[in-house]
Ligand binder design. Structure first.
Ligand SMILES: *[C@@H]1O[C@H](CO)[C@@H](O)[C@H](O)[C@H]1NC(C)=O
Ligand SMILES: *[C@@H]1O[C@H](CO)[C@@H](O)[C@H](O)[C@H]1NC(C)=O
Length: 170
C-alpha cells in the first residue's frame, strides 16, 4: 500500500517536473476560435470550417469539454454567438450532420431555420441563435463529429463548425 502511494507521489512529481521543463510554448498559430474557447469553460471547442461570420461562442447543453458526451435520445440546446459584420442577417437555416465512421447522417435540428422577430437575437457578445438538437436513438453509440452549417436567406453558407462528439447509450 505504502509502495503504491510512494510510486504515485513519484509519478505525480515527475509529471510536474516534466510539465515545468517541457511545457510547449504557447501556440500562436492556433485558430482564434480555439483560443477563445479556452477562456470560457462553458464554451465548446469547435473547429471552424469556413465561416464568413465570426463565431464568437458556441455552447451545447452539458458539454464542458470535447468530445461532447451526448446521450442517445436526448434533446440538447445549441447556442451560438456570432458577428455578422453588419450584414443584418434575418434568416439562418441550419444543416447539420453527424459524421460517424465516415457515414453522414442528417441531424435533427429544431427549428430548422431561425427567422422571425426574435431570431437571431442579441446575445452577450454579438448576435445569437439557439436551436435544439435531438440525438436520435437510432444513431450508433460512437465517437465522431457534429458538422453544422448555417445558410443565410440567399443560401450562402455563413457559418460552419465541427465539434468532436461521443454518442453514449443512456
Ligand atoms: C447572404 O448571402 C448573399 C449572397 O452571397 C450576400 O450577398 C448577402 O450579403 C448575405 N446576407 C447576409 C445577411 O449575410
Ligand atoms: C430518427 O431516425 C429514424 C431512422 O433513421 C427516422 O426515421 C426518424 O425520423 C428520426 N427521428 C427524428 C426525430 O429525426
Amino acid at each position: 500500500m505504502l509502495r503504491i502511494v510512494v510510486l504515485k507521489i513519484t509519478f505525480y512529481f515527475l509529471c510536474y517536473v516534466l510539465t515545468l521543463c517541457c511545457a510547449a510554448p504557447p501556440d500562436v498559430a492556433k485558430e482564434p476560435s480555439e483560443i477563445n474557447a479556452n477562456l470560457d469553460a462553458r464554451m465548446v471547442l469547435f473547429q471552424d470550417c469556413g465561416s464568413i461570420y465570426d463565431i464568437l461562442e458556441l455552447s451545447i447543453t452539458g458539454c464542458v469539454q470535447t468530445p461532447c458526451k451526448l446521450q442517445l435520445g436526448a434533446l440538447v440546446a445549441v447556442n451560438a454567438e456570432f458577428n455578422d459584420y453588419g450584414e443584418d442577417v434575418h434568416v439562418l437555416k441550419h444543416d447539420a450532420y453527424w459524421v460517424l465512421n465516415a457515414v453522414n447522417t442528417k441531424a435533427s435540428v429544431t427549428p430548422q431555420a431561425c427567422d422571425g422577430k426574435s431570431c437571431p437575437f442579441r446575445g452577450d457578445e454579438g448576435l445569437a441563435f439557439t436551436a435544439n438538437l435531438y440525438i436520435n436513438m437510432t444513431l450508433p453509440a460512437l465517437r465522431g463529429t457534429l458538422f453544422w452549417e448555417v445558410y443565410n436567406e440567399s443560401e450562402e453558407r455563413v457559418m460552419c463548425y465541427k465539434v468532436p462528439i461521443s454518442l453514449m447509450v443512456p
